[in-house]
Design a protein around this ligand. Structure first.
Ligand SMILES: [Zn+2]
Length: 138
């Protein structure tokens, strides 16, 4: 996973793939997604604001846990979502209409829940981790 953290010094290494973006959980800052899609420029669903990513078009690597299967009532019927949640805090970050490894035309990601700057995560913003938070009970 460290190999994906290119620095400017590493940029002379030949890369033929498209620019990969790294996204972090907006709540806790956990590394959650690597993709060559720009989530903020993808079309979004009017129903829930999720960004629709065409799976055949983009490289996607999720670093998420599989969450619940959820049924959602829509005007047109019942929609099934197989959700993906943050490994650390459980925040819902994405979903697919079918479980892996089944193919889907689209994967959906919540652009508000996935941020490109880890330092903007709520848990890392403003409050620094003090010594008291590093102590454990055992
Ligand atoms: Zn999180």
């Amino acid at each position: 996973m460290q190999l994906l953290n290119y620095t400017s010094e590493d940029s002379h290494i030949t890369r033929t793939e498209k620019q990969l973006r790294t996204y972090y959980c907006e709540v806790c800052g956990t590394h959650s997604l690597v993709t060559d899609a720009d989530l903020s420029s993808l079309p979004t669903r009017t129903s829930d604001g999720a960004a629709a990513l065409e799976e055949a078009e983009y490289f996607v690597k999720r670093y998420m846990n599989e969450g619940d299967k959820v049924l959602i009532m829509r005007g047109t019927g019942v929609e099934t979502q197989y959700r993906y949640v943050c490994k650390e805090c459980g925040m819902v970050l994405a979903y697919r209409p079918a479980p892996e490894p089944d193919e889907c035309k689209y994967s959906y990601f919540f652009p508000d829940a996935l941020i490109e700057e880890q330092s903007r995560a709520k848990a890392l913003e403003g409050t620094l981790v003090g010594p008291s938070m590093l102590m454990s009970d055992d």
